[in-house]
Design a protein around this ligand. Structure first.
Ligand code: ADP
Ligand code: MG
Length: 712
């Protein structure tokens, strides 16, 4: 007996081997990305018409939606007086006839030929004494029988219709049946996840007997897609752990304890947990690749400092990298303040201790000072270096870099990782902690950062007064916002006004900010001390404006989104975000995080103009922000509202497409797939005993895809 056919085997057979696929159809199929039988069987129906739900024309109730399966009797096209095209189709089944009209769809005349079997889904209405449907959903089902009719993606341009697709898929599956289709996933993995086998699933998605069968099939095939992604990530993760030599840090706890003692507060439970996870990684011989996720204000800085000190304890150096120079400077200021007075045990010093040395290295550090810092980094006397990614570039030579903390993951890609590997001391890669303030839903993080370990700060430090968020929809409510700002300023507090977001252009944004401050200065906020801040100001003016606001010389900071990160003025208690509906959930959440940083209760106003067509219309994004300040909850809502396109956009290109699986709908499956990937890889690290799985990954993921999946 021949061996069972694999996905690779299917991929090796061109579609031209199918009956009815000549050069013309072959070209058409190529246009929709189908060149071989693997492509064909993974082109899934986009809908399934369930004939058991079908109504007969005689049973249609005016005003109610229904599905009917009918034959086309006649088709006419005409142009109405106001120059719209109208295609009128008369259809019938055994029980009667009705008219169907299509407005502005002239191509229906070509599509709907006399005698064709079609499924119509729509609302029938009475018209001139008879029944009529206008612009229903149409599926061409050809002469297919069976209870469930799969509807494939059709392409008018490529000249491919669903029954041709269905026919080819059916032929493929029938011809495979002799040899059987291989299922490379181990039986115990399938069993523990309650998955049906692959041949059954392929039949069930293309030719289901009922909708439940189709659902089980979809679940299995979606699991396969997710499992393959997770396998790539987990293989990569385990390979890094195995192949990269790291530093097994020896930690005395001395330095870190001194730091804790100097802190004016206790660590939160989440901070302690994260630090514990990091310390375990540092002590282990392989390099840490860990993502620290924590909402704005969750206290990531403390975790970063503790991690760096743990590295310094073992006589290594630490580096903290920020995405911009300004943020690097801010980090340097706050890290120095928090480490003020902390000393390092120094055996060469008579008094046993020396001060901890923290240095900033940006492009602004020049001349003799730069030389001094670089020399200190090279001879090991600089314990903690803070800067941008320039820190890990060629010219900076660390004596013994042990721990690297990267703020904001999204700019830290493959290249930076490679650069970091070059910084190794005798081939030992430093431990890396990547921090992000952008909460990502758990299952999405598993897919996007699947080769990193993740620690989550899911608890805010105590004593915060929660920010109250309110929606000011329309000019009347907006008056309340300005009144609130005046009241707060009178009470000695300060306010932010975030200007409307205008497209992508910095110029427009600046214009909008200037216009806003003008309007407010001579209108709603007349008499208050306003300060303007936007990205186009020269750095020293930016800093001066910030300083006037920080020191209380200004009451209101009118700003663009430049204040999204790193601005910390605890006395600011109210924020108004204008045209808030133009911002995304994540951005609104980040902006809102600028208030609520002090002892006083804070308010964030989301100002919008009412929808003219429907003043009562809701706004799910604004409503979500009003409902919760929990970044992770908001991230889930965001994923629900926007779909995964935003997360997976790059991966969705190419063959690694998640065709059936959805990070949004299939959260449970993502977790199952991840656990299964670990089980498989940990029992067989090179997939030597699972050659079919290895072959499948090879077939489906190009190098580029793999790079995307593993970019940290
Ligand atoms: P993040 O970087 O996560 O946004 P930060 O590290 O800047 O947050 O911390 C936000 C604020 O919370 C800082 O003012 C910090 O001093 C304070 N903070 C951090 N940890 C604690 C804690 N355990 N208890 C009280 N306050 C804390
Ligand atoms: Mg911070």
């Amino acid at each position: 007996m021949a061996e069972q056919i694999t996905l690779r085997g299917l991929a090796d057979i061109p579609v031209s081997r199918l009956k009815g696929v000549g050069p013309k159809k072959e070209a058409s199929l190529a246009k929709v990305g189908v060149t071989n039988l693997f492509d064909l069987v993974t082109t899934y129906p986009r809908r399934w018409v369930d004939r058991s739900n079908e109504a007969r024309i005689a049973d249609l109730v005016p005003g109610e939606e229904a599905l009917v399966l009918v034959a086309v009797r006649s088709v006419t096209k005409r142009t109405t007086r106001n120059r719209r095209t109208m295609v009128n189709v008369n259809v019938g089944d055994g029980s009667g006839r009705m008219d169907v009209v299509f407005f502005n769809q002239p191509w229906r005349e070509r599509q709907l030929k006399e005698g064709l079997q079609i499924a119509l889904f729509g609302k029938a209405d009475t018209y001139r004494g008879g029944l009529q449907m206008s612009n229903p959903v149409v599926d061409l089902i050809g002469d297919r029988t069976g209870r469930i009719v799969p509807i494939y993606p059709q392409s008018e341009k490529a000249q491919i219709n669903t029954w041709e697709m269905a026919g080819w898929v059916e032929e493929t599956l029938r011809r495979c049946a002799e040899r059987g289709i291989a299922d490379p996933i181990p039986a115990d993995v399938l069993r523990s996840n309650k998955m049906i086998d692959r041949p059954t699933a392929l039949a069930g998605i293309h030719l289901p007997d009922d909708m439940q069968q189709k659902e089980l099939a979809r679940r299995r095939l979606a699991f396969d897609e997710l499992l393959r992604v997770q396998l790539v990530l987990v293989l990569r993760k385990r390979a890094m752990e195995r192949d990269e030599l790291g530093i097994a840090h020896t930690m005395t706890g001395k330095l870190v304890d001194r730091f804790y003692e100097a802190l004016p507060y206790d660590l939160t439970g989440a901070q302690s947990r994260a630090i514990g996870e990091i310390e375990a990684d540092l002590a282990a011989p392989h390099p840490m690749h860990r993502l620290l996720q924590g909402d704005v204000g969750a206290g990531k800085t403390v975790v970063a400092i503790a991690s760096m000190l743990a590295g310094v304890e073992g006589k290594h150096q630490a580096a903290l990298m920020a995405p911009t120079e300004v943020l690097a400077e801010q980090h340097a200021t706050s890290v120095r303040a928090m480490l003020d007075g902390v000393t390092v045990p120094d055996p060469e010093n008579l008094f046993g201790d020396r001060p901890l040395r923290v240095e900033l290295l940006t492009n602004k550090v020049t001349g003799a000072q730069r030389k001094d810092v670089l020399a200190g980094i090279a001879d090991g006397s600089v314990d903690i270096a803070i800067g941008t990614h320039a820190l890990i570039q060629d010219k900076v030579d660390f004596s013994s870099l042990g721990v690297v903390v990267v703020d904001e993951q999204h700019r830290f890609g493959v290249e930076q990782r490679a650069a970091l590997r070059d910084k190794t001391i005798d081939g030992r890669t430093p431990d890396t902690l990547v921090m992000t303030a952008t909460p990502i839903p758990r299952t999405a993080a598993m897919t996007v950062y699947g080769d990193l370990d993740v620690s989550v700060l899911d608890e805010l430090p105590p004593g915060r007064t929660p920010i109250v968020t309110m929606w000011a929809n329309g000019p009347l409510m907006e008056q309340g916002v300005w009144a609130d700002i005046r009241t707060e300023v009178e009470a000695g507090r300060q306010a932010y006004v975030v200007c409307p977001l205008v497209g992508e252009s910095d110029k427009l944004e600046v214009a909008s900010a200037e216009e806003t401050i003008e309007r407010l200065a001579f209108g709603e906020l007349e008499g208050l001390r306003l300060e303007l801040l936007h990205g186009q100001l020269p750095p020293d003016e930016k800093e001066a404006a910030m300083e006037r606001f920080r020191s209380g010389e200004a009451d209101v900071l009118v700003a663009t989104t430049v204040i999204e990160v790193g601005v910390d003025v605890p006395n600011a208690t109210v924020m108004a975000i204008l045209d808030a509906d133009r911002f995304g959930i994540a951005q609104l959440h980040q902006l809102r995080g600028r208030v609520g940083r002090g002892e006083h209760a804070s308010t964030c106003w989301l100002v919008t103009q009412p929808n003219e067509e429907d003043p009562e219309a809701g706004n799910p994004r604004i409503e979500a922000l009003v409902a919760t300040t929990d970044g992770f909850e908001l991230a889930e809502v965001d994923l629900d509202l926007r779909g995964e396109g935003t997360l997976m956009s790059t991966a969705q290109k190419g063959r690694s497409d998640l065709k059936l699986a959805s990070l949004r709908r299939d959260r449970k499956l993502v977790e199952q797939a991840r656990a299964s990937a670990f089980a498989i890889v940990d029992s067989d690290p090179e997939l030597a005993e699972h050659p079919l799985i290895a072959d499948e990954l090879d077939l489906i993921f190009s190098d580029r895809d793999e790079e995307f999946l593993t970019k940290g």
